[in-house]
Design a protein around this ligand. Structure first.
Ligand code: GLN
Length: 197
């Protein structure tokens, strides 16, 4: 099993450490050739506008879409925005490059600014049928998952019902940063998706 982490900008080192801690081979991805031989790819948190611009600059957009058509992909925070088919709050248009693969509508910075970063305990439906301990989620200028459509399903919500994680086949999207906690359950779940089950 070999997992890549898109390393253009943002919190990619933390994902690499988490994966290596699980005994998995982890590689930084900066060029299309780096995708060869990977079983899955994580797109980290950071600034989705910057990640998008750099992905265009390095000719990664189509190779990333082709990769996702066959393999597991997981976007955390900015990565979730980058994977979404639609972003916006219904009031404004955002002209940033998106992979536009997941059937989710995402509202950037919907929880407020940096000072509004927070932690919350989540029940995640896909962890042992929701019977396991709550997942400690860290939100940093996080996007809200406004809607999951088609085959995309919401797998975690805040206590007020706000959706914050979704799955669509082998694709995962989380508003928050599991790589910044000591809890590796999301990473282990992603490895299951990448391994075909
Ligand atoms: N606010 C960032 C964006 O819109 C995401 C923040 C993060 O990844 N922690 O891209």
């Amino acid at each position: 099993m070999k997992i890549g982490v898109l390393a253009l900008q943002g919190a990619f080192i933390e994902h690499i450490k988490m994966l290596r801690g699980l005994g998995v081979e982890a590689a930084e991805v900066r060029l299309p050739a780096d995708l060869v031989g990977l079983d899955g790819l994580i797109i980290p948190g950071g600034e989705s506008t910057t990640i998008g611009k750099l992905a265009v600059m390095y000719d990664l957009m189509d190779p990333l879409r082709q990769f996702a058509a066959e393999k597991a992909m997981w976007g955390t925070c900015a990565g979730m925005i980058f994977m979404a088919k639609e972003i916006g709050d219904g009031r404004s248009q955002h002209g940033q490059p998106l992979l536009a693969i997941m059937d989710i509508l995402v509202d950037r910075n919907a929880f407020g600014r940096q000072v509004d970063s927070f932690e919350a305990d989540l029940d995640v439906t896909v962890f042992e049928n929701g019977q396991s301990a709550p997942f400690p989620a860290v939100f940093i200028r996080a996007p809200k998952l406004v809607a999951a459509k088609g085959d995309a399903k919401v797998i975690a919500r805040l206590a007020d019902g706000t959706a914050v994680a979704a799955q669509q086949g082998k694709w995962l999207a989380t508003s928050f940063h599991p790589e910044l906690t000591g809890d590796d359950r999301f990473h282990r779940y992603f490895l299951q998706l990448a391994g075909g089950g």
